[in-house]
Design a protein around this ligand. Structure first.
Ligand code: ZN
Length: 340
């Protein structure tokens, strides 16, 4: 039996600005100096948080570094109407999750950087897509002309509203109304990006630059398969071939991970998704780097459970965050403001 969290999405309306602002302030959780939550404790914390809205921000008591961490695909609060409309069992639906990635990066606030995480699942609405990448075959009526129906992601079944889960099975029993896609974009995609934009802009304003680390994990089937690949990648860094992040930062992360013994590749097979491309504008001091972690390092992919190796990887990711926190300002040309 797989536990699956459901919550009432009607409790929150994206178009009510005052409610949204209150929601955001409710979701800003200054963290104590206690060690990051992990395992059952983090799960409980996460499920509690899920009752409040589509995005959660773990904020440091004071942001001290020009870093923002984001986990767009680790959400596991499945709306009841979505589960009812799906032809797949809960465990199969969960195959699209970047399982527990928010927990792997949970230490970020303890090193002075905010961490944002979607609470809604990627199979429901994908914040790492343009807002309107939709497959016309999934909908009862013709889509508006301004919808992007031709992207390769739509062609692969993985648009903003996905047709399939990551393992390839079709999600829905029947076609959707366009109004349903519109509702999900307005109530889930937009709040996620409202909050992420706000964090990035505030960081840029405070430090003169910002390095956004977009955090993901990759299934076994996503590994590079080129004949020249002797060993499977354990981390894939995506900076859209050097265009979204200054090379110093990408080099630094690559060296840090390789120094811990991991096999690291760049931009192959994941060069960076919408978030990396949209937020990464190095000439404006905005840098975005996507990190993909092999799920086999820390979880049982079939059962969607943390493996015994989870703690070791969590420790190494925390070391990476600590190193980045020390170096980020120098790497991207940011300043550390004087504070009394
Ligand atoms: Zn992902």
């Amino acid at each position: 039996m797989v536990a699956i969290a459901c919550w009432a999405s009607a409790a929150w309306q994206a178009d009510d600005t005052r409610l949204r602002d209150r929601f955001y302030s409710d979701m800003d959780h200054p963290l104590s100096a206690d060690p990051p939550a992990s395992g059952a404790e983090a799960e409980e914390q996460s499920l509690r948080s899920n009752t409040a809205g589509p995005v959660i921000t773990f904020s440091p008591a004071r942001q001290t570094v020009p870093l923002v961490f984001a986990s767009p695909h680790s959400g596991r609060a499945y709306p009841a109407d979505f589960v009812a409309a799906a032809r797949l069992d809960p465990l199969t639906l969960r195959r699209s999750e970047d399982g527990f990635v928010d927990e792997l990066f949970a230490a970020a606030p303890h090193f002075g950087a905010p961490l944002i995480a979607a609470t809604f699942p990627r199979a429901y609405c994908d914040p790492n897509r343009e807002p309107w990448e939709l497959d016309p075959a999934m909908f009862e009526e013709p889509l508006p002309v301004w919808v992007n129906t031709k992207s390769p992601r739509v062609g692969a079944g993985l648009g903003t509203i996905a047709r399939i889960v990551s393992s390839g099975e079709t999600i829905y029993r029947k076609k959707l109304r366009f109004a349903e896609a519109e509702r999900r974009v307005r109530q889930f995609w937009e709040p996620y990006h409202d909050q992420l934009s706000r964090l990035v802009e505030n960081t840029k304003m405070e430090f003169g630059a910002c390095l956004l680390i977009d955090c993901h994990s990759m299934p076994c089937s996503g590994y590079p398969k080129t004949s020249s690949t002797r060993s499977l990648a354990e981390f894939v860094l995506g900076d859209v071939h050097g265009t979204t992040c200054c090379g110093y930062a990408t080099d630094f992360v690559e060296r840090a991970l390789a120094g811990m013994g991991y096999v690291v590749r760049r931009n192959d097979p994941y060069a960076g998704g919408y978030v990396t491309r949209h937020y990464g504008r190095p000439r404006e001091g905005l840098h975005a780097l996507q990190i993909e972690i092999a799920r086999s390092l820390y979880m049982d992919e079939a059962r969607i459970e943390r493996s015994p190796d989870f703690a070791a990887l969590h420790h190494d990711v925390t070391r990476l965050i600590a190193s980045l926190a020390r170096a980020a300002a120098a790497l991207i040309g940011g300043r550390i403001p004087n504070r009394s």
